[in-house]
Design a protein around this ligand. Structure first.
Ligand SMILES: [Zn+2]
Length: 210
């Protein structure tokens, strides 16, 4: 397996830890963490520092019956069923897929998509791009995070393979092209509608719903 070259930026990892990332982005970060030992180690190191700070904080008195109440809650709260990873899809993606294989929708040119979630804060989708095919050239109205799950793509920022995460801000104008070999399967989160350049892709935009 090739080494992951493109990781989560510190500010996005901070926001993830603080729980302030919109849902779509937090799923992409969780998916990267599940396949990237380096970022997971960094997150755990942060948590250790946080825990050490908490350990130094003044103790607060615990209610005498607190332990019993916590234990009884543990007894009555059923553990939620967490889908496991399957094939190229890590557990956070399988959770979004509700444990089912993707239901691809054709976008033309062999490109397929499944929208996993979409709200005011952002949208999350899986993209399937055949080898050598390009995603329509676009710039961003905001932040886009793209995680490669299978195959690879390249654009003006470099080459991205399984596990690599591309962080694109609104100043990046790029045209990702899938590499040779396996079809490129990506998980992408965007926080604003993409702006496509050519007329035809603009007509396709309602289809993309991104
Ligand atoms: Zn990483």
């Amino acid at each position: 397996m090739t080494q992951i070259q493109h990781h989560i930026s510190d500010d996005i990892l901070d926001a993830y830890r603080a729980g302030t990332l919109p849902h779509a982005f937090s799923v992409v970060v969780a998916a990267h963490l599940s396949i990237c030992d380096a970022c997971r180690a960094e997150l755990e190191a942060y948590d250790l520092v946080g825990g050490a700070l908490l350990a130094g904080a003044p103790q607060t008195e615990m209610q005498p019956d607190a332990r019993a109440r916590i234990m009884s809650q543990l007894d009555t709260t059923p553990a939620p069923a967490v889908p496991r990873g399957s094939g190229v899809f890590p557990a956070p993606v399988m959770t979004e897929l509700k444990g089912q294989p993707p239901k691809w929708r054709m976008l033309g040119g062999g490109i397929r998509q499944q929208i996993l979630s979409a709200d005011q804060e952002g949208s999350l989708r899986l993209l399937y791009i055949p080898p050598g095919k390009a995603v329509p050239e676009h710039s961003h109205g905001g932040l886009e995070l793209t995680l490669v799950l299978q195959g690879s793509f390249s654009d003006s920022e470099g080459e991205f393979a399984r596990g690599d995460l591309e962080t694109a801000y609104d100043d990046l104008d790029h045209q990702p092209i899938a590499g040779p070999g396996l079809p490129c399967i990506c998980l992408a989160a965007t926080d604003a509608p993409l702006r496509f350049h050519a007329l035809v892709p603009r007509l396709l935009q309602p289809l993309f719903r991104i």
